[in-house]
Design a protein around this ligand. Sequence first.
Ligand SMILES: Nc1ncnc2c1ncn2[C@@H]1O[C@H](COP(=O)(O)OP(=O)(O)OP(=O)(O)O)[C@@H](O)[C@H]1O
Ligand SMILES: [Mg+2]
Length: 471
Amino acid sequence: MFKVLVVDDDAGLRASVTATLKSAGQYEIEEAVDGLEAVAKVRAGRFSLVILDVDMPNLNGIDALKFIKDHDPSIIVIILTAYSNIEDAVRAVKEGAYNYIAKPVKQADIIDMITKAHEAHDLIEKVADSSPIITLEGGRKFVGTSREMQKVFNIINKLSKVTTPVLVRGESGTGKELVARAIHYNSSRKNEKFVAINCSAIPETLFESELFGHEKGSFTGADQRKIGRFQYAEGGTLFLDEVGDLSPVMQVKLLRVLQERKFTPVGSNREIETDVRIIAATNRNLDEMIKSGQFREDLFYRLNVIPVVLPPLRDRKDDIDRLITLFVAKFNKSHGKDFQGVSQDAVASLKKYQWPGNIRELENVIEHAFIIEGTNRITISSLPEKITGLEAPVESTLAAPLSLGQASPGEPLDFNRQKEMFEKEFIIKALKTFKGRINQTALHANIPKKTLLRKIEKYGIVAREYSVPKI
Ligand SMILES: Nc1ncnc2c1ncn2[C@@H]1O[C@H](COP(=O)(O)OP(=O)(O)OP(=O)(O)O)[C@@H](O)[C@H]1O
Ligand SMILES: [Mg+2]
């Protein structure tokens, strides 16, 4: 609903604006008599638009505008002002007002303005919907510019407004836990607890008590009464990670809680009512597990009311740029560094790679580069070889590096030979990165220039080959 607040100290004017709005469309309208009341009402309710007089007792329109915009920048504010005070209107627009209407107010002006404002509001909503970032607790960011992730963000928005169970599926490292947190921290439960439990990490015998708690003396070792995760998460969200690993017995018990919203602690005869939102996640193929009888179909349908499927990173490479920016900022902070981003060829390599470990792997690769990179920009030389995929020149002059453990019987493993091969590879990589420039390569790869030149000669490397031709 498009909610409008009409603010003016002149009761007659308020009434006439309200009447005009009522005739113009389906608006929910409220009124305020001055700036103070306006700010209080905006803080208390969700208004989309505020029509605001400037000259009012208590708090004038310009100051009220500042409070309103501070509270919620997406609220559209239209200023009402006398012709003689046009400079007020100009000031208001600078402060973030959408537009102004000059007094004496004409019906047609109001209708015209509110129609446009309504369209602008819809546009703002749409942009907000497709925001490439969701912010989580502690300022953590969930990034996704790709179409695939925008769809996921839309589902997260919808799921935040209801309390149905959610099943998040996706390969390892795709961000399943982030989805669960995003739903929780964008929902009305955000001030209650988000409790995570990994279903595969806890031995089956202890799991029931971990989830539902136990009474003192209910089994050997239970010398204290214990509160389970369900009770701990009361009013909030319980994240059941790796739900595919739940034992058949626990599947039945979980199903019962989902159906009846009640559970019984181990060793107790007292049922406890629960209001906990369940979000489950798994990277296992539940369809297969249902077919083979390892996962209960009824539980699956209870959990999977609205499925959230996270695509692997290789299917949403558009996200890589933003993710890199996010991780560079993150590690600059945690490592106390000042990296200026990632070189173009390094980004190109990162985009070519297939990322079997998804975003977690990308995050690790960036952190690894932070540690070994000698410059203040991540270059190709600090990326692992699985990503840069070293090309042939090394192998054409020297035998391919032995892979340890796979040496053929007649071929001895030789430390010096391995070391030489590594040195040659490393120098070629470094020269490529610094376009064949000896001084820069020596400086950034941390090799004394004399040593570098000696090695170049020893391995018959032609540094020129890696320079960028001058046109
Ligand atoms: N879209 C994203 N934006 C920012 N960070 C992300 C994103 N997706 C994942 N990450 C980061 O990647 C790491 C892995 O994410 P998460 O733990 O949510 O994955 P998962 O799917 O639960 O993995 P697993 O199956 O291994 O448990 C986390 O550090 C998380 O913060
Ligand atoms: Mg996880």
